[in-house]
Design a protein around this ligand. Structure first.
Ligand code: PGA
Length: 248
């Protein structure tokens, strides 16, 4: 049975209080499309206000430290994010892997900390363009997944996002056949890593998903939703993706 579609907006370092009205509009559209799950991960500064204004809408964080507290200037722990109102967090996004030199072991530790706080986890994996051109994409991504994979994983709280790095923010998307091949490989790897229950772990596609290509991408086997950057920043751009997910 196909999994229920899950669409998550990753706002990255975008959004001031003025954009809370977009979150409210997106939450209202999501409430009208209850055949799909929808969430937004705004900057931390907006989490509490977004949750207070939209208590039934799933607000998440974009990162989390692996420690519960301590001498980590500028960082936030899972319990802090949870207290702020986040119910899940994106982890291991390629921008963090590149900008903050996050490795797989750190992503795994973060995932376990976020789970321990009772929150959901979205782990991102993806290859560079050079790796794809060299024919290494599947090997790179499945190894990244295995090394980032948290202990005790369950579909109740774990989601995977496949995001080819070269497709993020570029307007380029892989061939549908390449998306299908990668998502199938991730599905097989999930089976090896966790056995029973792995089919229910949702695998999102991310990288230049928009209102024009969402329906086609969401129809690919093992594509259980999308992690959406640029096209999640306004309700007008995000709405057609939510609609495509509800109809998929
Ligand atoms: P994009 O970003 O949709 O703007 O390509 C996706 C992501 O990085 O999560």
């Amino acid at each position: 049975m196909a999994n229920r579609k899950y669409i998550v907006g990753n706002w990255k370092m975008n959004g001031l209080r003025a954009q809370l009205s977009d979150i409210a509009a997106i939450a209202a559209i999501a409430a009208n499309h209850d055949d799909a799950d929808v969430g937004i991960c705004p900057p931390v500064t907006l989490i509490t206000a977004a949750v207070q204004a939209n208590p039934d809408f799933a607000i998440g964080a974009q990162d989390c430290h692996f420690a519960e507290s301590g001498a980590h200037t500028g960082c936030l722990s899972a319990v802090m994010l949870k207290e702020a109102g986040a119910s899940y967090s994106i982890l291991g996004h390629s921008e963090r892997r590149a900008d903050q030199q996050e490795g797989d072991a750190e992503v795994k530790a973060k995932a376990e900390a976020v789970r321990a706080a009772g929150m959901g986890v979205i782990i991102c994996v993806g290859e560079t363009e050079e790796e794809r051109d060299a024919g290494q994409a599947i090997e790179i991504v499945t190894v990244q997944l295995a090394r980032s994979f948290p202990a005790g994983a369950s579909a109740d709280w774990l989601t995977i996002a496949y995001e080819p790095i070269w497709a993020i923010g570029t307007g380029r998307v892989p061939e549908v056949s390449d998306v299908a091949e990668m998502h199938a490989a991730i599905r097989v790897k999930l089976g090896e890593l966790m056995g029973q229950g792995s089919d229910a772990v949702r695998i999102l596609y991310g990288g230049s998903m928009n209102g024009s290509n969402a329906a086609e991408l969401l129809a690919v086997p093992n594509v259980d939703g999308g992690l959406v950057g640029g096209a999640s920043l306004t309700a007008a751009k995000f709405a057609p993706i939510i609609e495509a997910a509800a109809e998929a």
